[in-house]
Design a protein around this ligand. Structure first.
Ligand SMILES: Nc1ncnc2c1ncn2[C@@H]1O[C@H](COP(=O)(O)OP(=O)(O)OP(=O)(O)O)[C@@H](O)[C@H]1O
Ligand SMILES: [Mg+2]
Length: 310
């Protein structure tokens, strides 16, 4: 349905997106994951023809839409990372304003507005000015705006950043429902692994402008099928212990967090003995050693050497 072909965007100094290849099939929920500055928003802006690519192509139903975005715009709803609403207007007035931009009017517009307000759970707040809304409510209204013209495809750029858990769940549920009940195709951008894990059929992972992994959730976890994540907890960590772990030939990544050290090791290595030995020589008392099967978060750690969230 949608294809990105060798899509590249260079800003003066930065190459924000490098030779990106992606596809989205009709009816899928596709996740686009990556840390800050990965190039997610830039990729999405090119896809929705808000930013012109330096090179490469975006195709919708096998036709390039870079020069001719009108047909694509009609079927896509874009929820930008920055909230775009008129805060002095009410929820209803905002929907009315944006509805007119989509060429909706009269009875049809009114009906769409009712439907959207119901969908985003703001029917009872329709007469309130947006500046009195919480961050989560503004987000929901922003999603409502993108849904006014019944898009077949919805592109969401980090729709749950910085909002309360209740609104967050509401948004996740709404996306799922739109996909299941109306077969809306979704591209969902996030740096929350658990959201992508819950929502998405397929996942692309970007870092520093590059695609570093893609596939179904299981395929991506397969990347680590020969490795294990080990979580080591202690009451008091010391430098010697961490240095020893880093030097150990079996250990590929070491992440330190408060009282926990997470390492990645080959599946077959008997790390329990090794860790106890290292703890002994560096005078660290272990509270627990947990060997886990990898999560998507671990895959990210493995691929980039960094945690997904700063
Ligand atoms: N208009 C612009 N001019 C110059 N550089 C830009 C512009 N937009 C983005 N960049 C740069 O391109 C890179 C990718 O940015 P982008 O916003 O696409 O990342 P992102 O993955 O969406 O990050 P975040 O999770 O923080 O939203 C960054 O280094 C950013 O500074
Ligand atoms: Mg972004």
């Amino acid at each position: 349905m949608i294809e990105l072909v060798n899509l590249t965007k260079k800003f003066k100094q930065v190459e924000a997106v490098k030779n990106l290849n992606m596809y989205i099939e009709k009816g899928e929920i596709v996740g686009l994951l990556g840390p800050n500055g990965a190039g997610k928003s830039t990729a999405i802006s090119m896809l929705s023809s808000l930013v012109e690519p330096t090179s490469g192509d975006v195709r919708f139903e096998n036709k390039s839409i870079i020069k001719n975005p009108a047909s694509f715009r009609r079927v896509v709803g874009m929820v930008p990372q920055e909230i775009a609403l008129y805060t002095d207007l009410t929820a209803e007035e905002n929907l009315h304003f944006f509805g007119r931009i989509y060429n909706l009017r009269g009875k049809e517009l009114k009906q769409k507005m009712d439907e959207v307000l119901e969908l985003i759970g703001l029917s009872d707040r329709r007469k309130d000015v947006v500046k009195k809304f919480s961050g989560g409510m503004k987000r929901r209204l922003n999603i409502g705006v993108a849904m006014l013209h019944d898009p077949e495809i919805i592109i969401m750029d980090e729709p749950t950043v910085g909002i309360d858990p209740q609104s967050r769940n509401y948004i996740l549920e709404t996306v799922k429902r739109l996909n299941e009940e109306r077969q809306v195709t979704v591209l969902y951008t996030s740096h929350y692994m658990e959201e992508v894990e819950y929502l998405c059929d397929r996942i692309y992972i970007m870092d520093k402008g590059n695609l570093i992994a893609s596939g179904t959730k299981d395929e991506i976890k397969q990347i680590l099928s020969s490795e294990r994540t080990v979580s080591i907890r202690t009451e008091r960590l010391n430098e010697a212990f961490i240095a020893e772990l880093k030097e150990n030939p079996f250990v590929s990544h070491v992440t330190v967090a408060d009282k926990e050290v997470i390492i990645i090791v080959p599946k077959e290595a008997n790390m329990f003995v090794e860790i106890t030995r290292i703890a002994d020589i560096s005078n660290v008392e272990l509270t627990s050693v947990d060997i886990k099967t990898p999560t998507l978060e671990d895959v990210f750690l493995h691929l980039t050497g960094r945690a997904l969230r700063d």
